[in-house]
Write a protein that binds this ligand. Sequence first.
Ligand SMILES: NC(=O)c1ccc[n+]([C@@H]2O[C@H](COP(=O)([O-])OP(=O)(O)OC[C@H]3O[C@@H](n4cnc5c(N)ncnc54)[C@H](OP(=O)(O)O)[C@@H]3O)[C@@H](O)[C@H]2O)c1
Length: 252
Amino acid sequence: MVELDGRTVVITGAGRGLGAALATSLAETGCKIILCGRSLVALEKVADGIAEATGRRPVCIAVDLAESASVRGAVEAIVDAHEHIDLLINNGAMWLEARDEPYPAEEVLGVINSAVTGTFLFSQGLLPLLRRSANPDIVTIGSVSGLPNGLLDGVSVPFYAAKRGQAAIAEGLRQMLAGTPVRSIILHPPDLDDIQPGELAWGEAPGRAKSARATNRDVVEAVLFAVTRPRNISLSIVLDADDGGVFPAQVS
Ligand SMILES: NC(=O)c1ccc[n+]([C@@H]2O[C@H](COP(=O)([O-])OP(=O)(O)OC[C@H]3O[C@@H](n4cnc5c(N)ncnc54)[C@H](OP(=O)(O)O)[C@@H]3O)[C@@H](O)[C@H]2O)c1
């Protein structure tokens, strides 16, 4: 496993799924973790597991990325308690599946505001702390749905647009931060199987057949690869898979 030498890492959407897998994996590499998410109960459960595995308990901070007041409060709580942060992982974003019935405005606002407004405001708010790090990185978890000319394939149009917007934030930040030490990295995962470190499926994931879906572990490993590149390199990574990836699988 890569050693990240006590880096301080903020992860949104860390109460479950990919965010929890990232938090547990990065804690195991020696990072100090700040877990952010909507449910403090879920965050505390992830923190319990990390404390048990590493002896270091992450800080838990409630944030609803779709609510600007909540984002402001979370940024203030992190800024008040930390000198610097080294890595921000913008993982939280509301999922919305395609369906025939109309989407209520609240759902559309939730999807767009969590992925776009929230990702931008949270990143902007934490930039001063990132600028105090020797190795500052922002990693945004996009989606193959957010790629130009990506397939809709079961994804709602609001989610499709939100992920494209989130990708634009990562790319815009990269341009805005050119000439500064802060990197903006983006990963575009395909459909993922939600597996967690310690589970049997996590250990077996590297041996999956080519036809199998990608997993949280593939994204964790891509994040670790991206943040450990020489500092003059900022990666945009598309993780593709035959099942749930960029192109529909050929049916023979
Ligand atoms: N799962 C996949 O197949 C897949 C594929 C490509 C990309 N991704 C991306 O990977 C990231 C993690 O998703 P996932 O795989 O864990 O599955 P997910 O079901 O899409 O989970 C979304 C995550 O974002 C959080 N979230 C949703 N709305 C939020 C809000 N308003 N404020 C703060 N957090 C919010 C959720 O937390 P709550 O527990 O509070 O709901 C959850 O942790 C997302 O950005 C997702 O778009 C996932």
